[in-house]
Design a protein around this ligand. Structure first.
Ligand code: HAM
Length: 414
């Protein structure tokens, strides 16, 4: 027997139903905000992610599914969706034309992480990306778009926001943080963990994200990023908070929220939930005003987010006891009625009705038991008595109401 790869799962039955529901709800909400669908490849040149997500990130450093193809090119299964969408935007010269674009996408992402609940090697994201809007109103809109999705799905969350300022602010902050850490190490003879040591060489702000309690404790009095923001970043951050308040969106400021990808500037945010483990991130995003240029395009603004579909599914599963309800079970009591049944079912399906035809003829009680076991709402059978008057035996399995009906009545009942 050959099994599925660790951390890479099938999607079926109730999970598949929830997946479809999440995509449907999210796509509808995104369309309400003016976003339209884009699909980009699962495989891209490795350089795309190295340059955008950043060499210092765990994603590029440890988690990429990177390999050489038969032509010797280094390619990679996408670990996230933003880079591919940015590439598509630049490739169509929309950056040079200054086009405003709002796109949403969904699909598989791949990260070689340690598989555990809510953390998989192939997982799915629903995301949006907006290009060429500098206004912080759009930052608020993508946050509100997510809030609307969660409201529609009945999911509780906590929203954390922060501002990372411009690359200049961040560079000044990095120097101050490095200085602070060196002082702590020298004065208190405290050694930060080996991951933090590496982060100090690559991108020191990641130490703020360290889960090691000792490291976190020694960062309590670290310099604050908010003290390094320029006026423009400060104004935008204040305005963002004002818009959220005016729209009754609760949030908290988390000065340590730096995100795990290198491309962010100004707004950064995360939606977390306690329903699937302590403060698990169910979505995250922010502004990336330098990424398009960084990938070789013309100066273009960008803002977006991605939501982890499996994590949202886990929350829904924990409270969703609803069984899959199937619509109509159609059956024959004798083989000779199968053609008639087939033609009738085809007509009903073309009218937009969901009907399952069972091809094998069986006794009425056997069919009824199957329909009940499989959670159908309606039951329709054809036997000799029914065909005489061009009728069908109809039963509503929820109310037990049963009667003989003709086609016109039947189509109104299911
Ligand atoms: P991210 O924070 O890396 O952001 O991922 C977004 C969400 O994907 C996370 O909040 C989490 O719910 C889910 N996720 C991440 N890794 C896994 C995993 N191994 N298993 C299950 N779920 C996972 C991004 O990917 C950015 N591209 C978001 C963005 C779009 N920023 C701007 N535009």
């Amino acid at each position: 027997m050959i099994y599925a790869i660790k951390g890479i799962n099938d999607l079926l039955d109730n999970d598949a139903r929830l997946y479809e529901k999440i995509i449907q709800v999210s796509s509808k909400v995104a369309q309400n905000y003016g976003y339209s669908f884009i699909n980009t490849p699962h495989v891209e040149n490795t350089a795309l992610f190295r340059r955008s997500v950043g060499e210092s990130s765990d994603i590029v450093g440890k988690e990429m599914y990177e390999f050489k193809d038969k032509g010797g090119d280094s390619i990679c299964l996408r670990p996230e969706g933003t880079a591919g969408v940015v590439r598509a935007f630049i490739e169509r010269k929309m950056d040079k034309a200054g086009v405003v674009k709002r796109w949403f996408y969904h699909g598989s992402m791949f990260r070689y992480e340690k598989p555990q609940r809510g953390r998989y090697r192939e997982f799915h994201q629903f995301g949006v990306e907006c290009f060429n809007i500098a206004s912080v109103y759009e930052d608020a809109s993508v946050i509100m778009l997510l809030c609307d999705i969660f409201k529609e799905l009945d999911i509780n969350y906590q929203l954390k926001i922060n501002s990372l300022g411009t690359p200049i602010c961040l560079e000044k902050y990095r120097s101050a943080l490095r200085e602070y850490i060196k002082n702590i190490e020298n004065k208190l003879s405290f050694k930060f963990c080996s991951d933090c040591e590496k982060r100090m060489q690559t991108n020191v702000i990641r130490v703020l994200d360290c889960k090691n309690e000792n490291c976190a404790k020694h960062l309590d009095k670290a310099p604050k990023l908010s003290d390094f923001l320029d006026d423009d970043s400060k104004n935008d951050f204040n305005k963002l908070q004002e818009i959220l308040k005016n729209n009754n969106i609760d949030y908290c400021i988390d000065e340590r929220l730096v995100r795990g990808l290198d491309y962010y500037s100004k707004t950064a945010f995360e939606f977390v939930s306690d329903e699937i483990g302590a403060k698990a991130a169910i979505a995250g995003g922010g502004r990336y005003d330098y990424l398009v240029e960084y990938l070789g395009g013309a100066k273009s603004y960008g803002v977006g987010f991605a939501m982890g579909i499996e994590r949202v599914m886990d929350i829904l599963k924990s409270k969703d006891s609803e069984n899959i309800i199937k619509n109509a079970y159609f059956c024959v009591l004798d083989d000779e009625y199968l053609d008639l049944a087939y033609n009738t079912v085809s007509k009903l399906r073309r009218l937009g009705l969901s009907v399952n035809l069972v091809y094998e003829s069986r006794k009425l009680v056997k069919h009824l038991n199957s329909a009940l076991k499989e959670n159908y709402q309606y039951f329709i059978a054809i036997g000799s008595d029914e065909t005489k008057n061009n009728q069908f035996l109809f039963k509503n399995l929820y109310t037990s109401q049963q009667k003989l009906v003709d086609f016109d009545e039947l189509k109104g009942l299911i």
